[in-house]
Design a protein. Sequence first.
Length: 656
Amino acid sequence: MTFVLHVSTSGADDADGTAERPFRTINRAAAEARPGDTVVVHAGEYREWVTPRRGGLSDTRRITYTAADGEHVVIKGSERITGWESDGGTVWRAVVPNTLFGDFNPFAEEVAGDWIVYAEGAPHKHLGDVYLNGRSFYEVAGRAELDDPPLRTEVLDDWTTVDDTVRDPEQTRLVWYAEVGAAETTIWANFQGADPNAELAEINVRRSVFYPLVPHLDYITVRGFELAQAASPWTPPTADQPGLIGPNWAKGWIIEDNVIHDAKCSAISIGKEASTGHNYATERGDKPGYQYQLESVFSARQIGWDREHIGSHVIRRNTIYDCGQNGIVGHLGCVFSTIEDNHIYNIAIKREFYGYEIGGIKLHAAIDVVIRHNRIHDCSLGTWLDWETQGTRVTRNIFYRNNRDLFIEVSHGPYLVDHNVLASRASFESFSQGGAFVGNLFAGTLRFEPVMDRATPYHRPHSTQVAGYAVIRGGDDRYLGNIFLGGDLTAAYGPEGGHGEAAPGYGLAGFDAYPASFEEYLARIDAQPPGDHQRYLDVLQPVYARDNVYAAGARPFAAEPGPHVLGDASVSVVEENDTVYLETNLPAGFDAARVGPVGGRDLPRVRFADAEFEEPDGTPAVIDLDLTGERRTAGETAAPGPVAALRSGTSRVRIW
């Protein structure tokens, strides 16, 4: 027998949870909910960290937490503070008893861990935060810095960004400072003329908003809530990765139709747990984080990291914004999951802290993960897939106004990127190999770089079992039916024209030295002096390219047969309320460029993983839907790029 349990702000936790006698807190309902049950939460504001006691037993016997139909339900990790006293000018002071926080005081907890970056001597930030009418503040290092805070327009440069500007300079004058004592915490904040006792002033209190305390609570659905203001910690791939919401190392969660915002670090976590390593590089200082990350893969296998126990989550139709590190994060725990139809924006653009684990979506070991039809913009980095990107598909997404759109790092493939719009000035960066790119629009730069000092794992197809590991030589990529646009590198990157060992460029000319077929690659190997592995060290892997369009100065791969090189062209992504259009101005020669449908059998196998481009069930990949949902028909040709109906001249197509 299954039950519907009700929660209302007018209820009581000693009630029975019926519609007539609802519980007062969601946690009270969570203590009672069993497989097959539904917890219906009615309109209002709930300030609690929901910690489910049980999970479901299967996809059809899950526990569902849902907002009541048509009702607005807010769950917050913050508390409202009203006892502010004036401390001179526009600065106010509040003294908060530490009992409010329990055993986790975010104003005493630093944003810290592996791969966080602080300038030498710079003060460390904390997980606490102050909000005025929902707008978050910046932390400063002392009381004296509160009186007349300067308006900041940029921060220290960082290789994870192309642009170091702050999107909302006025927000940088909203500042706070805290001192934590044995019994109480004192918080000072400059409210810039607002009265925090008359308006809504809140502070971070809880680490998470909806997150189990123990792993393996499977098959839970969270639907229709506004989830906000959590003191979630820094989430590198070598640490426990708690978010504002997440499953905590489990299987089969569905997180859908929520509005999620103001996580101090990460909003949705489908990532690692602590037993496979927790910030060992920082805590122990004896080995690099890379080595501990490699060890975590094997540790995870030893505790049951496989399809039967972990992953297969669905994250869909959520709106995620204003988070300090990630919109969605995960290492290992993200396997076999689907992330689709989400709107993700304003991630890590406060520039309050930074490190090497930032993105709208940041996943490690995204084995057989589908990232489909998401709208990702105004992020420090749109999507970052790092390590073991294998069986992964990035399809029909819209990236724009990000510092960088897509970065795939130290992965061996096969992974498939198809029918996306990548419209930011840095469209794609690859420190990987083994990818296939079909029907995309690259409106900005591309950058390719080998990584010869970090060998990373690859797996048996559609499995977490490790098949081997290797360094990244680059190449072994496939580009079919894409559109590449050119531009001014100086305008985009400054007088140095880029950064790193391999500077960015427009188009595929960065591959000019690579062979154009596997046969040519083997011939180059045969021409090397005899030996075992030494003869492979200096031979570049092949790059396969055909039916691509290059315009506005973008340059083709030198060995590509018959590239379509055209003249001036422009594209832009235009927002009108919540509708998004792709506006294009393409030269007349574009109509002569046609491409037929592409499938998995049209893509040469990946060399190191010795694997084909397949669906998760092992059948050949089907790549016949364009960005708008139109199907490319077998036996017919259509325009290259993400929209099959694109034509020369000026056009405007709705893409969201």
